[in-house]
Ligand binder design. Sequence first.
Ligand SMILES: Cc1ncc(COP(=O)(O)O)c(C=O)c1O
Length: 392
Amino acid sequence: MKTKVPFFDLTAQFKSIEEEIKSALDELFKTQQFILGSQVQALEEKIALYCRTRYAIGVASGSDALLLSLMALGIGTGDEVLLSPFTFFATAGSVSRLGAIPVFVDIDSETYNINPTKIEEKITSRTKAIIPVHLFGQCADMNPLFQIAKAKKLFVIEDAAQALGAEYKPTAGPEGRRAGQIGDLGCFSFYPTKNLGAFGDAGMVVSDHPDFAEKVRLLRAHGSQPKYFHKWIGINSRLDTMQAAILLVKFKHLETWTQERQKKAERYRLLFKDLLSTVKGLTLPTIQYQNRHIFHQYVIRVPERDRLKKFLAEEGIGTDIYYPVPLHLQECYSFLKYHRGDLPNSEKASEEVLALPIYPELTENEQTVVADRIKAFYKKLGSKGSRGQGVK
Ligand SMILES: Cc1ncc(COP(=O)(O)O)c(C=O)c1O
């Protein structure tokens, strides 16, 4: 029987921490304190320390982390916010929810992150902020982006939903800066599939600015201070105490899990090395500068992506596409009047990217099976004489 490899599987991880999780939940059940409380505060302290920021505020999801950060900066109707269209919808959706306008900037084809050289041409008198997304677990190129933000007095909100523990390190020298630590505010998601995943929705905002942090803290609980006296119009978006209890257990393993992901990424690189010289247009993930990439996803790129995905599915290998439609071409944004061809790097990436299974518990054998089936696909393609369609 052929070995099947799921795209993602949390069951082995759960087994390894089952008893710890159950006893953490038992403790909580005894107290019956389900809103905020000591678990949320403890997690906030751990995440702040980990991200090397002064403050961390637990919220209900990564999407709300973005929304609350924008609210804290006073971004609203008619304001323009620059961001990449090659991201999960929440990055732009949070901007639109506030009546502000997402302005899409094309990506760098190698890192899939916002291309800083394309930012300046999109700035107008209405531009208020930039949201760099650290896609797949690698930081966007923050130094050139910051130079522009500083010169034009724009806020920077990092969408670090996929990048907890990633580091931006453009030069050799001293240690890099952590995702979330670099901008005015940083946003994280603990969606179950993230490197640190809850058993449901959860998120976090980090910041070094006392005023922004305090405002997010108030806004996540309807802006009240003290209770029933409302200074701001906020929302209900607290990090669930049960999720915090679970995340505190999982957090202890995060560094080990990240190192495992990095090892899998390196192993894929070695397994695919010989394909690079025979398969036309195959690209493996690149690590920019001396960055610390945490490999939330391992994304390869091939011109015949859809055929490869179908072949792998038939062979029992799970893959996924992040993201099949860049945001500027989404139906809900047709009113913004973008056209195909406007942001060519993002559009091409959406046709070619394919995420392969990567998670700490993925075995060496499973990785070998993934690589062998991809090699089998190209062998078949080559023997059919499909020259110019992927095989050199
Ligand atoms: C880049 C990015 N931004 C924002 C989010 C939103 O996070 P959440 O699903 O926790 O709302 C996600 C995660 O799904 C994401 O990957």
